[in-house]
Design a protein around this ligand. Structure first.
Ligand code: NDP
Length: 313
């Protein structure tokens, strides 16, 4: 079986930054791209808050740049997805969806987080037929149509604004009487004439013959003035947060109740020698590209120091 000194799982800002640092340290890391090559940022448009780009940068371009930079320093990128791990003792063992298996001395877990769904049966039924968790991936299909975005955070506001640039009308379905998003994002939504915010609304289901044609919604569920009605829409976009992609590590590493990997202090150390967690998979608080990149750098530095202590290195 193939044995590698250092494996990095994940191709978001954390994974690629770890790869750049590890590559420059001469560790010849192998990076597995995982479920979403380029990570969550590739589901957004413009990144305005990554330092060094005063005019902002297209998210895909930023990820392409990070990838090229990692490759320049000798990182080899593979496209398989890790499906199982055994981290009980070194060398650590990983299994991938293409049936390959490897062992490694050190592992950087940078698998990020995935979009959450409401859990309605109709979301499954209409997935790819009007239901999406990525406005930038699918917004194109809704030009001059009517769509709804669910959520009241920064992601929901960003997606609503993006979709308003394409669609004729955007409903933002918010379960609370207020938005949770940052002030600037709220203002953009509230000042956009194409966006109508439906506060205190929940979605009960979706309907339509050939794809989504509407949503069954309820206003003030359980209150005296509860009102149920049908909202005609062509697209239904989820933006209600994310779940950390940590399931395959949970038998071995400590996580919180949601699944975010717990690390030691502000380091990326998991408590298992040579195993580090970086980026959103271990960050319930900040979830920012620049923070993920910083933690990827820390993880690579830790891995380098750890590998230097091993007899073969
Ligand atoms: P958040 O967790 O911040 O917000 C999730 C939203 O979805 C909340 O409004 C929440 O409602 C709502 N929600 C959750 N579950 C349900 C449900 N079952 N039914 C209805 N609504 C639900 O997630 P985001 O993805 O928006 O943001 C994550 C992090 O990323 C944040 O720190 C954010 O600031 C950051 N971010 C920054 C961006 C930027 O700076 N450009 C862009 C995007 C994200 P409730 O408020 O009631 O809990």
């Amino acid at each position: 079986m193939e044995h590698l000194p250092l494996i990095i799982l994940g191709s978001g800002p954390a994974g690629y930054t770890a790869a750049i640092y590890a590559g420059r340290a001469g560790l010849t890391p192998i990076l597995y791209e995982g479920l979403q090559p380029g990570g969550q940022l590739t589901t957004t448009t413009e990144v305005e808050n990554f330092p060094g780009f005063p005019e902002g940068i297209d998210a895909n371009e930023l990820m392409e740049n990070l990838r090229s930079q990692a490759e320049r320093f000798g990182c080899q990128i593979r496209s398989a997805i890790a499906v199982k791990t055994d981290l009980s003792a070194a060398p650590y063992h990983l299994w991938f969806d293409d049936e390959s298996e490897v062992t490694c001395d050190a592992l950087i877990i940078a698998t990020g987080a995935s979009a959450k769904y409401l859990g309605l049966a109709d979301e499954e039924k209409y997935r790819g037929q009007g239901v999406s968790a990525c406005a930038t991936c699918d917004g194109f299909f809704y030009r001059k149509k009517t769509v709804a975005v669910v959520g009241g955070g920064d992601t929901a506001c960003e997606e609503a604004n993006y979709l308003a640039g394409l669609a004729a009308k955007v409903y933002l379905i918010v379960r609370k009487p207020y938005l949770r998003a940052t002030q600037i994002m709220q203002e953009r939504v509230l000042n956009n004439p194409k966006i109508e915010v439906l506060f205190e609304h929940n979605t009960l289901g979706l309907f339509g013959e050939n794809g989504v044609e509407g949503a069954h919604v309820v206003f003030r569920k359980g209150e005296a003035d509860e009102r149920r009605y049908d909202l005609p829409i062509d697209g239904f976009f989820l933006a209600i947060g994310h779940k950390p992609n940590s399931d395959i590590f949970r038998p071995w590493v400590k996580t919180d109740e949601i699944g975010y990997i717990l690390t030691e202090g502000d380091s990326p150390r998991t408590g298992i020698p040579g195993i580090y967690a970086a980026g959103d998979v271990a960050d319930p608080h900040y979830r920012q590209a620049v923070v993920a990149a910083g933690s990827g750098a820390k993880a690579a530095i830790e891995a380098e120091r750890y590998l230097a202590t091993l007899p073969t290195n």
